[in-house]
Ligand binder design. Structure first.
Ligand code: ZN
Length: 688
């Protein structure tokens, strides 16, 4: 089939071949014989031949022709980008939220200047940092925030007022505001908040967001505004969309005005009278890149005079009065000095490349995660090699590949014994990861202790990594039960530990005994059991004793539990040492009973299987939502399956669902199912 593709700059295409970060979606930054594409998952930009893009898009289309339920709004066959999902109500933007034309070279900026001049404008330019976040509109009536919406496709976005209202830096009331005001800004997640969230997600065995932009998008589009509130989002306002009863002559004046109303505005906006000075500022911003506590994806040049802007107008895609400069991703070479292997809480060995420090996107970098043996083998990274490193999404260093092998370098192999305890390591099932399965392994004890004390688990304040390390090193703590036997005298032997800190820590440890059962169950660090699953177990069984004696089938009968999770629980309680650990915790007075609240019922009694790559939710998130809504997330399709929630590249599970006639839904449909029902909705007829 010879399909003619229409690709336009700004479109999002979905390709069959995913980026190594896992995303199938690419934003088109430039078309031609070679395309420039930006990965929607991590922001990485690539150049690729047009025919490769066509081939990949066609292959996806063939898949979609076979499985129409897989077509997602961002598919190239649907030819739209950023279409509202149906999760939130739609908002038509009175003033179009335009996107900007991108420039990848300084000469393109000079050409832009020439076009402006040829149109008869003697320009004054404002240069601003372009924050890499999510564009939103905020509307105020009589000084009150009345509506906040996403950009969507620029004409129609989604109403996310409730979520935006949780962002501290967005004013909810502006006493000095005119009757009506609309501003446009970029919601972003500061690096600090991103790293905290990432750490939390890793701790909970969830797939962490790949970069702050994804994290901001995922956080803003939460159904539960409480989750958004907890994510530490922020905003920079960069444009006055509409205002009643005020007139301005320049853009920089409007920014001053917006600032005077109390909005955080673009951190840097300076006015220049010629393009070369503007370019110099763009270069300065480029040098400062990476010293910022947020991600930026370029710098913008805008014509300052508002009348000139009107005269210049817009093409059908972009305004003619502005252009965005995209900095090339910085890639540098370095020499691998070592490959370090660390042991995690569940015994997984993680290799890290240690290389000569390089200055990359504003910070010094000398380490990058190599993930597992398969990835090391695929890249053939060896100690002594010259590697190429870049920052994914501008903050997480990543090894792209080997530039050249070092002289006399030899292929690297992961150790066959645990670097912490020396026990032999194994591959469990078909995992790429190697694991140390020694229950006494000190590296695992340390990670377990940190996990046990973490906020989501037993929330023992003051027991951070450094203290945990000392407790393990000094053999004061082997298992988490030892925490409850610690004495003040023992704590005083720790580095820099004074009487006050010892007392505080003992107090925190003592008060953790009153925690609800779910925190303890989560704190035990059972494989495949995150905090939500722990809460379900605690609620269902009501006591540690009942949970301990539960059979796999009792556990998998809980809505939301799959066989793998049930098996992990049974294995945990059958393990040598677990009974002893629980006795010791109980003897210490740690609460072993559940007292708590109920979960949602939208999916009560339904077993749902998630497969393939969903457009916005990770599989873990989708499964957690199923569980939270009273359903059961299962890993395998059977006649009992109520629905299969399928994303792109779904394989055998989808085929099986079709064979069995199980309804297949997409993410949008799923989100509609779990959305809170409107109050006036008539009651559903009871099935008989
Ligand atoms: Zn070990």
């Amino acid at each position: 089939m010879d399909q003619k593709w229409k690709f336009e700059v700004g479109d999002v295409v979905k390709l069959k071949k995913p980026h190594p970060c896992g995303s199938h979606e690419w934003e088109i930054l430039r078309v031609g014989a070679d395309f420039r594409l930006k990965c929607m998952g991590c922001g990485h930009q690539v150049m690729t031949e047009r025919k490769m893009v066509e081939k990949n898009a066609r292959e996806l289309k063939t898949i979609e022709a076979q499985f129409p339920q897989l077509i997602t709004p961002d598919s190239p066959t649907q030819h739209v980008g950023g279409t509202p999902s149906g999760k939130f109500s739609k908002v038509a933007h009175a003033v179009k939220m335009e996107s900007l034309q991108d420039a990848f070279s300084l000469d393109e900026l000079r050409e832009f200047d020439q076009r402006v001049r040829e149109a008869g404008v003697t320009p004054e330019y404002v240069v601003e940092i372009k924050i890499d976040g999510l564009s939103v509109s905020l509307e105020y009536r009589n000084g009150r925030l009345t509506r906040g919406s996403t950009r969507g496709d620029g004409l129609v976005g989604e109403d996310v007022t409730e979520n935006l209202a949780t962002i501290k830096s967005i004013p909810k009331e502006i006493p000095t505001a005119p009757e009506f005001l609309e501003v446009r800004g970029e919601v972003y997640m500061p690096h600090e908040a991103f790293f905290a969230l990432k750490e939390q997600q890793e701790l909970e065995d969830k797939t962490p967001f790949k970069n702050p932009r994804n994290a901001a998008a995922g956080s803003l589009r939460q159904k539960d505004a409480k989750i958004t509130a907890a994510r530490g989002l922020s905003i920079f306002v960069f444009n006055l969309q509409q205002v009643e009863g005020k007139t301005f002559t320049t853009h920089s004046e409007t920014l001053d005005y917006i600032k005077s109303l109390g909005f955080p505005v673009s951190p840097r906006y300076n006015v220049y009278t010629n393009i070369e000075d503007a370019i110099a500022e763009i270069q300065r911003i480029g040098e400062a890149r990476g010293t910022l506590d947020f991600d930026m994806d370029g710098a913008v040049i805008k014509v300052n005079d508002l009348t000139a802007r009107q005269a210049l107008g817009s093409t059908n895609k972009f305004p003619r009065w502005a252009i965005a400069f995209k900095y090339p991703p910085e890639v540098k070479e370095s020499t691998v000095r070592d490959i370090e292997v660390t042991v995690g809480r569940t015994g997984v060995l993680t290799p890290t490349a240690v290389f000569d420090p390089i200055f990359l996107a504003g910070t010094s970098v000398s380490r990058a995660n190599l993930h597992n043996e398969d990835i090391i083998e695929a890249m053939d990274v060896r100690i002594g090699d010259t590697i190429q490193v870049r920052k994914a999404g501008d903050i997480i260093p990543e090894v792209i590949g080997v530039a050249r092998h070092g002289e006399n370098s030899v292929p690297y192999h992961m150790p066959r014994v645990c670097p912490s305890c020396g026990a032999p390591v194994v591959h469990l099932q078909d995992e790429a990861a190697l694991r140390c399965v020694n229950p006494e392994c000190p590296a695992q004890s340390l990670r377990n202790l940190i996990h046990f004390a973490s906020r989501t688990a037993m929330a023992i304040d003051g027991l951070g990594e450094a203290i945990a390390q000392q407790l393990i090193d000094r053999q004061l703590v082997h298992s988490v039960a030892d925490l409850y036997d610690l004495t003040k005298d023992q704590l005083l032997t720790l580095d820099k530990f004074k009487a006050k800190s010892a007392e505080n820590l003992l107090k925190a440890i003592a008060s953790s005994k009153q925690n609800n059962l779910d925190k303890l169950v989560f704190g035990l660090g059972i494989r495949n059991i995150g905090d939500k699953a722990a809460a379900l177990l605690a609620e269902h069984f009501g006591s540690m004793d009942a949970l301990r004696n539960a059979a796999a089938e009792d556990i998998s009968s809980i809505d939301g539990f799959g066989g793998v999770m049930a098996q992990s629980v049974v294995e945990f309680f059958a393990k040598d040492g677990t009974a002893d650990l629980l006795h010791r915790l109980a003897d210490a007075g740690v609460n072993m009973q559940w007292h708590g609240e109920k979960k949602g019922t939208a999916l009560a009694g339904m077993t749902i299987v998630v497969t393939g790559t969903l457009p916005t939710l990770s599989r873990q998130e989708a499964e957690a939502m199923i569980v939270q809504n009273g359903g059961k997330a299962s890993g395998s399709v059977s006649k009992k399956t109520a629905y299969v929630l399928a994303g792109a590249a779904a394989g055998s599970k989808l085929t099986k669902a079709q064979t069995l006639g199980i309804p297949v839904i997409d993410e949008a449909e799923f989100l509609r199912m779990v959305a809170p029902a409107p109050a006036e909705q008539p009651e559903l007829e009871e099935e008989t």
